[in-house]
Write a protein that binds this ligand. Structure first.
Ligand code: COA
Length: 185
């Protein structure tokens, strides 16, 4: 073997993404507002981990949403909810999600697809993302039927009106929401 060809193949094996993760690892980004993370999101993370080696739960900035929990607290809550999944991690990104995917060497974007109006906007976003970054696939996962009607704002609304929201969110989120509600009273 020519010494130069060995050198380049070793470099190939050692190739790393800009974040330092090995490029061979199948990484997916699960972006969202996660304000806060719900049991529905956790279910999607668990299922994404069956398909990918590494799943980055990434908080993005929605152009119009005001934000209930500060970003740092949302990330802490995500970390508490994924503590049992060593191949999952959390992050926060600014700008386009596809650029974040390129930065971390991800090959896929995970999106949950629910029947209540998700399809058209998700389809449009999937097409736009593919146009911008053709090598990144969007993978849609269908949530369990019992989780399909949940959304973060719906849970916040139930909590705000004194309803029982606890069954829709992991324990650390329920505690954080109770603390938030108590502070507002
Ligand atoms: N279980 C429970 N709820 C779920 C869910 C699930 N499996 N999947 C989605 N939801 C809910 C969320 O809680 C959220 O509820 P809310 O509207 O009450 O807050 C809602 O569905 C929307 O989901 P989410 O996946 O969080 O998307 P988003 O529209 O809030 O934000 C960003 C997505 C932030 C990632 C996106 O706007 C973004 O990346 N922006 C950056 C710019 C960019 O790249 N845009 C795309 C250009 S093509």
């Amino acid at each position: 073997m020519h010494p130069d060809s060995r050198k380049s193949s070793e470099e190939g094996l050692l190739a790393r993404s800009r974040s330092g993760a090995p490029l061979g690892a199948r990484t997916a980004v699960y972006p969202g507002s996660f304000d806060p993370i719900t049991k529905g999101h956790v279910e999607i993370i668990q299922r994404a981990l069956r398909l990918f080696d590494r799943v980055i739960v990434a908080i993005g900035q929605h152009p119009t949403k005001k934000g209930y929990f500060p970003i740092e607290e949302r990330q802490q809550l995500i970390d508490a909810c994924i503590a049992d999944y060593p191949r999952a991690e959390s992050a926060f990104f600014k700008g386009l999600m596809v650029n974040f995917c390129l930065d971390v060497g991800a090959r896929a974007i995970i999106r949950g697809l629910r029947p209540m109006g998700d399809f058209e906007p998700e389809y449009q976003m999937g097409l736009a993302n593919r146009d911008i970054a053709p090598n990144i696939e969007t993978v849609f996962l269908i949530p369990r039927p019992t989780q399909q009607f949940i959304s973060s704002s719906l849970i916040r609304e139930i909590a705000h009106h004194g309803g029982q929201f606890e069954r829709y969110v992991p324990k650390p989120v329920a505690e954080a929401m109770r603390a938030r509600l108590a502070a507002k009273r």
